[in-house]
Design a protein around this ligand. Structure first.
Ligand SMILES: Cc1cc2nc3c(=O)[nH]c(=O)nc-3n(C[C@H](O)[C@H](O)[C@H](O)COP(=O)(O)O)c2cc1C
Length: 204
């Protein structure tokens, strides 16, 4: 059984919903799963001025804040953040910027990893955000697991983004097609982590 860490940031809940679907999919595949949120960095006054943001933060405070040890523990992981001006939200980036210890010790290499995001707009920068997260995964030596068109119908129905799971939230929460793809991707990640574990152990 593999261990999967789903590490995300979400201000108003859309990216969180995708993270939950990843967790569901990985658990369906028999994985032990950690859902972890990146800690909040925004000034309290900015959060308080946005009812959706403050209520989502209150609802998810019980979720443990991610630490680099979660990546060391995991055999595979998914990283997700909303798009901010075409880039991942800085809260997730801040978490990423605390991982140099395990990175330098080679504890992140060889693990399968996926990225996910949400945007308001159809062409608002999903791919640039996903590729930006992939840049980090290159540095970590991850085995990048994109959505591709592995299940064409599922991918097409979810918007046809081969880079990773992504939702357009301008009209509301991530739809059932996106969540179905996230569950599929979570299952795949867990199965690949299981398959790659012996290879990694042999190389260590
Ligand atoms: C500062 C800021 C920058 C944003 N930049 C973009 C953007 O570049 N493209 C886009 O489509 N949406 C952008 N958005 C909208 C969010 O990405 C979108 O609402 C996302 O689904 C929110 O996810 P969450 O509910 O998980 O926080 C931005 C929002 C904020 C607050």
């Amino acid at each position: 059984m593999s261990r999967i860490a789903v590490i995300y940031y979400s201000s108003t809940g859309s990216t969180y919903r995708i993270a939950e679907a990843f967790v569901e999919g990985a658990a369906e595949a028999g994985a032990e799963v950690r859902l972890r949120r990146a800690g909040e960095l925004a000034p309290q006054g900015v959060i308080d001025a946005n009812e959706a943001w403050s209520s989502h933060l209150a609802e998810t405070r019980h979720i443990e804040v991610a630490t680099p040890e979660d990546l060391v523990w995991a055999d595979g992981f998914a990283l997700g953040a909303p798009t901010r001006f075409g880039q991942p939200a800085s809260q997730l980036k801040q978490f990423i910027d605390t991982t140099s210890g395990p990175w330098a010790a080679g504890q992140l290499a060889g693990k399968p990893a996926s990225a996910f995001t949400s945007t308001t707009e159809r062409h608002g920068g999903q791919e640039s955000t996903l590729l930006s997260l992939h840049h980090t995964l290159f540095h970590w030596g991850s085995v990048i697991v994109p959505t591709g068109y592995v299940d064409y119908q599922l991918s097409h129905a979810a918007g046809g983004n081969p880079y990773g799971v992504s939702a357009i939230t301008g009209d509301g929460a991530p739809d059932e097609h996106v969540l179905a793809l996230a569950r599929f991707q979570g299952r795949r990640l867990a199965e690949l982590a299981d398959a790659l574990k012996p290879a990694e152990a042999a190389l260590a």
